[in-house]
Unconditional design. Structure first.
Length: 240
């Protein structure tokens, strides 16, 4: 079986959680697209839900499928968010942001009562870091911000190359929020909490792709089927 089929199997497992009237966070990326496609089929068959997309890319897909959309301003509390991940470990710590939507993905996820991650088995890792960590930054003072990231990441035990993400046109990639992204090849991140806290004190950092204590459940599909992984605990307050 291919990774593409596994992604669809994980998405199919998540779609079973959707109930009429739910307020849904819609993730971004190739795996999340599978979920949105299945949701569109349910909506076409009469399911009534409202979705809050995490990117313009997802919004475009959802609109084309007839999924009713809202914003967090109009729908600030969500029942369920389904999204993908670039990496996840056994504690459901994640690296996200390969699709460039990490800021909106984190905002939507933390507004949700439940966060479900869908992935193929290739995204499951023992420790985060093989996938370059995306860090969204403001454009002003870019070099100074990059220097601080390198310095404080090193204090947290993380060293490696940092690359400013570019688009297909060779120009810096610009997020939906108008920011840039550094992709940081730190390798194995043994102290994810320490790195997360270090990045938060840098004024030019908008958000990092470390999603810690946010996911509640993951459906990971592979050659032996779909494995459900539950977080040991969650420090997020439940949405009303």
């Amino acid at each position: 079986m291919s990774a593409d089929l596994w992604k669809r199997q994980a998405a199919a497992k998540a779609i079973e959680l959707v109930r009429p009237g739910m307020r849904l966070g819609l993730g971004t990326g190739s795996t999340a697209e599978k979920f949105v496609a299945l949701l569109g089929e349910r909506v076409a068959a009469g399911l009534d839900v409202v979705g809050v997309p995490t990117s313009e890319r997802t919004a475009q897909q959802a609109r084309a499928l007839g999924i009713r959309l809202s914003t967090l301003d109009d729908t600030p509390y969500l029942d369920l968010t389904v999204d993908g991940a670039d990496e996840l470990d056994g504690r459901l710590n994640l690296i996200k942001g390969g699709g460039g939507a990490l800021l909106r993905e984190k905002i939507v996820a933390t507004a949700s009562e439940r966060v479900v991650i869908i992935a193929d088995v290739g995204k499951r890792v023992e420790a985060l870091g093989a996938f370059p960590l995306p860090i969204e930054v403001v454009r002003f003072g870019l070099r100074a911000t990059g220097n601080l990231i390198e310095m404080l990441a090193a204090d947290a035990g993380c060293r490696g190359s940092m690359t400013l993400r570019t688009g297909r046109d060779g120009q810096p990639f610009v997020t939906d929020g108008g920011n840039y992204i550094f992709d940081c090849s730190f390798g194995r991140i043994d102290k994810v909490e320490l790195l997360d806290e270090a990045l938060k004190v840098i004024p030019g950092v908008v958000e990092s792709g470390l999603f810690l204590g946010i996911a509640d459940t993951a459906f990971v599909a592979g050659p032996t089927g779909v494995e459900e992984i539950a977080a040991e605990s969650s420090e997020r307050p439940a949405a009303d």
